[in-house]
Write a protein of this length. Structure first.
Length: 353
């Protein structure tokens, strides 16, 4: 089924002048001498295995002594800009413990592990090729989801903070069955909200390894949140089903729990709640959203045939003629947001599950 949903490998779309200005205006831009391409000049690598000695599709890379010294300093500097004020005073207390390269997927990121040598606390960030689709996805996630996102970008490289949580595929395989009935009901609720959120903002390809499940201890119970971690497929594919995680076979085990634990009225209730929250965020971020969508409307983010297919499928779903008039993915996104704000108190009860 996935092979039919995902049409082909998505190309990387460059940053426009207007988008770069937007990123500078909102302190997303970084200047520096290290780029994604520089990290590709590693001299050797070894496979990174998980706790069960299975291949993780990551390799740990190594550089010559001269290159490693320069790379380490720049990566520490990037860390201070990403998480602090960019001051060099903390650099002597930071260590680049590892640089890993992912051999799987479209973006092929580098994962950087930074450790504070004073207390051994560590965190990660990622270095990827710059791609306008991903930037729009990150910005929309920052404004419209419950979670803020921290990232930096220039014409060549995208720096993303690490999003903590249990990868969805691992959670489904190792944790889901052991959850209590109450926890499964709560997971089902969160999944309906997550499904609705990604559909409304046209974030595609939320297969189980592209989101994380976050357990949070709350008094005498554990609650779970679901959060996207991959924003590569923002407004690219032509099939509306790609933007609805429920249709990916990797997510079927959670979908079974949704069907088992929630009745139709509950599903509709949670959908309305999520749409209402997104509509309120749209109103709250009005000027910034308008600025971003204006840039989006004039930037190529997909293929003409994908746009034509998607706008017809969304029209068939909503019966709103404004979708058929869209001439770009930005237009389609604007029509979606207008529809949501206009109708969030009167959400259609159309069957999703």
């Amino acid at each position: 089924m996935n092979e039919k949903l995902i049409s082909k490998k998505k190309p990387f779309y460059p940053i426009s002048i207007k988008l770069s200005k937007y990123l500078k205006d909102y302190n997303r831009w970084i200047s520096g001498s290290i780029f994604y391409e520089d990290l590709l000049r590693f001299s050797g690598s070894v496979s990174v295995l998980d706790k069960n000695d299975n291949d993780t599709f990551w390799v740990r890379v190594f550089y010559t002594d001269n290159e490693r010294k320069e790379i380490d300093f720049i990566l520490k500097k990037i860390y201070t800009i990403l998480h602090s004020d960019g001051n060099d005073s903390s650099i002597p207390f930071l260590s680049v413990d590892s640089i890993d390269y992912c051999t799987f997927g479209n973006s092929k990121p580098f994962r950087i592990k930074i450790r504070n040598i004073l207390n051994d606390n560590f965190t990660y960030f990622y270095v990827k090729r710059t791609d306008s689709s991903r930037i729009f996805g990150l910005e929309l996630e920052h404004m419209l989801s419950p979670y803020n996102l921290n990232f930096l970008v220039n014409n060549n490289s995208l720096i993303e903070e690490h999003i903590s949580g249990i990868p969805g595929d691992i959670f489904i395989k190792e944790n889901l069955d052991s959850c209590s009935d109450l926890e499964k009901t709560q997971i089902a609720k969160e999944y309906v909200k997550f499904n609705e959120r990604t559909m409304v903002r046209l974030l595609g390809d939320m297969r189980s390894y592209n989101y994380v499940v976050i357990p949070i201890h709350d008094f005498d119970q554990v609650i779970y949140k679901i959060r996207a971690i991959d924003f590569d497929q923002q407004c690219f594919e032509g099939s509306f089903s790609v933007y609805r995680p429920q249709f990916f076979k990797e997510n079927f085990p959670i979908m079974e729990i949704v069907r088992e634990k929630l009745n139709r009225s509950s599903i509709v209730q949670y959908k309305i709640e999520e749409r209402s929250i997104i509509a309120k965020r749209l109103i709250s971020f009005n000027k910034r959203i308008d600025n971003l969508i204006s840039i989006m409307k004039n930037q190529k983010l997909s293929l003409p045939e994908n746009l034509e297919k998607l706008k017809i499928e969304i029209f068939n779903y909503t019966k709103d003629s404004s979708f058929k008039k869209s001439k770009s993915m930005g237009d389609l996104m604007e029509a979606t947001f207008n529809f949501l704000v206009r109708n969030y108190e009167n959400v259609s009860l159309s069957k999703l599950f």
